[in-house]
Design a protein around this ligand. Structure first.
Ligand code: TXA
Ligand code: MG
Length: 326
């Protein structure tokens, strides 16, 4: 099993492992990440190996501020404004990759662009200590739910990694919002921890969205974030044998017969629901649910990110098994 260190005691050991080209699971404000030196190809390859990713999707490079971002990517006035307003925080910007950035090609999967974000907490500290960005996807096996606690990382990846830094449950609970900046225009590649409308307000331009409802980050086209149980979203009733993932104060018909019930937010607060989403899905698996009815979650605010993850979790598994990638 992996060693688990509390946040306050972890910095030196984590930094030593990262310098040695090892992977370390680290808390961010969104979900736990599996981090490695973004300039070291062998270290980055260990991330893919530990996650069992079937192919090399590009990873987010985590920076310690706009200065480091400028050294790796090309920021225009619009991306600079977004970074100034939302960093550190759950916003990832996809930008043109700068020549001589020092980022290994495995991180960008050979693309001419790079995904950058400055997270809150120990990751930015470690990046500053290392002097280079840390590549980090979510710390979960390919196709599984993202981990929002150190215990969830241990249960999933503990056999494969040396260290997990325990920062408690993550505050936001869903991954960062990914926005591609291209020629003064913004494209939403993945809804996430910052509401699309907040970004539009600061940017002063609308976020363009992919057609067909699925967002467009290369690793986002497929079903993933899946629990073991089958999911039925936007459920208007609970069917025999189903567990219920509830939202808000009012229950759908048949809820009394549900195999078990968990509520994402009894007050109907989408922020609270986002923070609970992955932990509740795992807990329903632990309780032995085979099928989960999910009450409708409004599309407002973080509801967009929640519904995105729920749709992926509910996608048909035959396709999912072939193409899951995160
Ligand atoms: O909150 C988060 O974003 C977490 C924490 C650990 O920072 N990280 C995370 O990483 O969710 P990951 O690897 O699970 O998701 C990153 C997504 C993938 O869907 C990938 O396809 C996309 O970012 N991505 C990375 N580089 C890209 C690029 N150059 N262009 C388009 N999409 C990119
Ligand atoms: Mg992921």
């Amino acid at each position: 099993m992996a060693e688990i260190l509390q946040l306050a005691d972890a910095r030196d050991r984590a930094l030593a492992l990262l310098r040695a080209g090892e992977v370390v699971a680290l808390p961010t404000e969104t979900v736990y990440g599996l981090a490695a030196d973004a300039g070291n190809g062998a270290a980055v390859a260990r991330i893919f190996e530990a996650k069992g990713r079937p192919r090399f999707n590009p990873l987010i490079a985590h920076v310690d501020g706009i200065g480091m971002a400028e050294a790796v990517g090309v920021l225009d006035p619009l991306s600079r404004r977004l970074a100034e307003r939302f960093w550190p925080g759950p916003l990832t910007l996809v930008l043109p990759l700068r020549q001589g950035s020092g980022i290994h090609g495995l991180v960008t999967a050979g693309l001419p662009t790079v995904a950058l974000r400055q997270p809150r907490g120990i990751v930015a500290d470690l990046v500053a200590g290392l002097g280079r960005p840390l590549a980090a996807p979510s710390a979960n096996s390919s196709g599984r739910i993202s981990a929002t606690t150190a215990g969830a990382v241990q249960a999933d990846l503990g056999e494969k990694i040396p260290l997990i830094v325990d920062g408690g449950p993550t505050a936001v609970g869903v991954e960062s919002t990914i926005v591609k900046v291209e020629g003064g225009r913004l494209r939403l590649l993945r809804p996430g921890g910052i509401e699309a409308s907040e970004i539009e307000t600061v940017a002063g331009v609308p976020l363009q969205r992919g057609d067909g409802g699925w967002v467009e980050a290369p690793g986002m086209l497929e079903s993933h974030y899946a629990p073991d149980a089958r999911l039925r979203i936007d459920a208007r009733e609970v069917r025999p044998g189903e567990a219920l993932l509830a939202f808000g104060p009012r229950r759908v018909p048949g809820w009394e017969k549900a195999m078990t019930v968990l509520n994402l937010s009894a007050d109907g607060d989408v922020r609270e629901a986002a923070a609970n989403l992955f932990a509740h899905l795992s807990e329903l698996d632990r309780r032995g649910a085979r099928a989960i009815a999910v009450e409708p979650v409004p599309e407002t605010g973080l509801g967009e990110a929640i519904n995105d993850r729920l749709r992926r979790a509910a996608a048909p598994r035959e396709i999912a098994m072939e193409t899951r990638s995160q």
